[in-house]
Write a protein that binds this ligand. Structure first.
Ligand SMILES: [Zn+2]
Length: 462
C-alpha cells in the first residue's frame, strides 16, 4: 500500500469521526430506535483498531522509530509521538511480535526419536499457520488484554502452542462476551500446559516467584503483588492464618474495633516482619535503619570513590547513601576529630552535612528529561567523558539509567540522532540537550519532584 492510500483512508476516518462526534454533542437529537444498530456496528468496526495498533507498533520497531525521538527504543517513540503510556506501548509491541515475529518453540531434544521429531515439526507447522490466521482476526483491546494475560502462563512447549491458542481465542472472542472469554481461555491454557511434564510445570511457578510493591495510590496505600509456588503460598497463608490473631493481644497492633479477616492477616504479617527486624537488628532506633559512620573530614571532602562502613557490614559509596533513603537525622553518625560521635542534628555541622547530601541528592532519579528510573537503577555518568579529561568530581557527574546511559551521545556528534547529558548554565542542574544549539531540558518528572533531592534543593536553594 502506498503513502497516498493510507493518507486517504486516515482522512476518511478522521472526517467521519469528527462529524459523528459533532452530531453526538447533542445526544437528545438521536433517534435511538432507528440509530442504535449503527452504534453497535461502529463498536465492532473500531475493534479493528487494536490489530492495526499492534501491526503499526511492529512496523515502528522494524524501522527503529526510536531514532525519531532521540532514543534507541521504539517504546519511547510510541510514548512521545502517539501519547501512549509506557505499559500500553509495551503491550502493543508485544502483540505485534506475537503476530508478526516468526513463531519460536524449543527444538526437540537431541535424543528425540523419529516420532518425537515428527510431532515437533507438525506442531511448528500448525503454529505458523495459526499465526497467519490470527493476523486477520479482530478483537477489541479489552478482549486482547484478557487473551494476552492468560497466554502469559502458557508453557513454551504446551500443546496447542501459543499461536494456535491465540488464533482459537480470537475466533472464540468474536461470538462470546468478555467474561466468558476469560474463563474459556484460562481453561484452554491449563489443558495445554498438561501436555508438559508435571514436574517442569511445578518448577515454572517456582521460577516465576516474585513480589513487587506499587507506587502509592491517592490514599498513600501500596499494592503488594506476589506470585508464589503453591508450597510457599501454603506456608504464608498458614503463617497469617487469622485464627491465630489472638497472638496480637497485648501488642501494639491490637485494636478494640472488630477487624475483618483481611485486616487480621495484614496485622499478623506486619507483626511478624516487625518482630523479625527487631530480633535481627536489635540496637536500631527505627525498623530497618541503616547507620553509616564517617568522619567530619570524610564528609567535607566526600568524593564518589569513597566508601563508608555501615551497621549491616556493607560498605556504601556516596551514591548508595542516597539510595538508602532520604537523609533522616538518625541516618548518619558523624565523628569529630577526636572520634567522638557528633549528632547529625546539631549546629553548623548539620548544615554542612545536609548541603553535602543535597549535592549528591540533587538528582534522585535518572537526570534524563521525563525519566522516572530511581537511582538504584542508574549508573554514574561523566558529563565530559573521562577520555576527554573530564574529572571525577560532583560537578562533572550525573546519574543516568542504563537506557539513557546507552543512548548518551558522549562525543556530541552533531550527525547522531541522540542528545547528551549536560549541565544547564542557569539553574546548575543536569538535564538533556538534543544538540549544541538546543537548551538543556532538566528532569521535572513527578518522580524527580518527589525525590528527597528535590525537597532538599527547595530547602537549600543554590
Ligand atoms: Zn533514564
Amino acid at each position: 500500500m502506498n503513502d497516498t492510500r493510507i493518507s486517504l483512508l486516515v482522512d476518511q476516518i478522521d472526517t467521519a469521526l469528527r462529524e459523528l462526534a459533532d452530531v453526538m454533542t447533542d445526544p437528545t437529537s438521536l433517534h435511538f430506535e432507528t440509530d442504535h444498530p449503527q452504534f453497535e456496528r461502529l463498536e465492532r468496526s473500531l475493534e479493528q483498531k487494536s490489530g492495526i495498533d499492534a501491526a503499526f507498533a511492529w512496523a515502528a520497531d522494524m524501522h527503529h522509530a526510536g531514532g525519531k525521538v532521540g532514543s534507541s527504543r521504539s517504546t519511547d517513540y510510541l510514548v512521545q509521538r502517539l501519547g501512549l503510556s509506557r505499559s500500553e506501548a509495551l503491550t502493543r509491541l508485544q502483540r505485534g511480535r506475537a503476530l508478526f515475529d516468526p513463531p519460536s518453540g524449543s527444538p526437540p531434544p537431541p535424543a528425540a526419536d523419529e516420532t518425537e521429531q515428527r510431532a515437533a515439526a507438525a506442531r511448528a507447522r500448525r503454529e505458523k499457520k495459526a499465526q497467519a490466521e490470527a493476523r486477520r482476526k479482530q478483537a477489541s483491546a479489552e478482549k486482547r488484554r484478557i487473551i494476552d494475560s492468560a497466554l502469559e502462563v502458557l508453557h513454551e512447549d504446551a500443546d496447542p502452542g501459543y499461536h494456535e491458542l491465540l488464533n482459537k481465542a480470537l475466533t472464540y472472542s468474536e461470538f462470546h462476551a468478555v467474561d466468558h472469554l476469560r474463563d474459556w481461555i484460562r481453561e484452554q491454557v491449563r489443558l495445554a500446559n498438561l501436555a508438559v511434564d508435571r514436574l517442569i510445570r511445578h518448577n515454572i511457578a517456582f521460577d516465576k516467584r516474585r513480589i513487587s510493591f506499587s507506587n502509592p495510590d491517592a490514599n498513600g496505600g501500596i499494592h503488594v503483588h506476589m506470585y508464589l509456588p503453591s508450597d510457599a503460598a501454603a506456608v504464608l497463608s498458614e503463617a497469617i492464618n487469622p485464627a491465630r490473631s489472638q497472638l496480637l493481644e497485648g501488642s501494639d497492633l491490637q485494636v478494640d474495633d472488630p477487624l475483618t479477616w483481611n485486616q487480621r492477616m495484614v496485622n499478623l504479617l506486619v507483626a511478624m516482619c516487625r518482630d523479625f527486624l527487631n530480633t535481627k537488628t536489635p540496637n536500631l532506633k527505627g525498623v530497618g535503619s541503616i547507620v553509616v559512620s564517617m568522619t567530619m573530614a570524610e564528609l567535607e571532602n566526600m568524593s564518589p570513590g569513597d566508601v563508608f562502613p555501615t551497621n549491616t557490614g556493607h560498605l556504601v559509596d556516596p551514591f548508595a547513601l542516597i539510595r538508602l533513603g532520604e537523609a533522616t537525622s538518625d541516618f548518619f553518625v558523624v565523628h569529630g576529630s577526636g572520634g567522638e560521635p557528633l549528632h547529625a542534628d546539631t549546629g553548623k555541622r548539620t548544615t554542612s552535612l545536609r548541603q553535602r547530601i543535597a549535592l549528591f541528592a540533587s538528582e534522585l532519579v535518572c537526570s534524563a528529561e521525563g525519566c522516572e528510573r530511581p537511582m538504584n537503577q542508574c549508573q554514574v555518568h561523566h558529563i565530559l567523558p573521562h577520555a576527554q579529561s573530564g574529572p571525577t568530581d560532583i560537578a562533572n557527574l550525573t546519574q543516568l539509567c542504563w537506557g539513557h546511559h546507552r543512548d548518551n551521545n558522549d562525543l556530541r556528534n552533531p550527525l547522531s540522532p541522540f542528545g547528551w547529558a549536560d549541565r544547564d548554565p542557569h539553574s546548575g542542574r543536569v538535564g538533556t540537550r538534543r544538540d549544541a544549539s538546543s537548551p538543556v531540558h532538566v528532569n521535572d518528572s513527578p518522580a524527580a519532584a518527589r525525590s528527597g533531592g528535590a525537597k532538599i534543593r527547595a530547602r537549600y536553594p543554590a
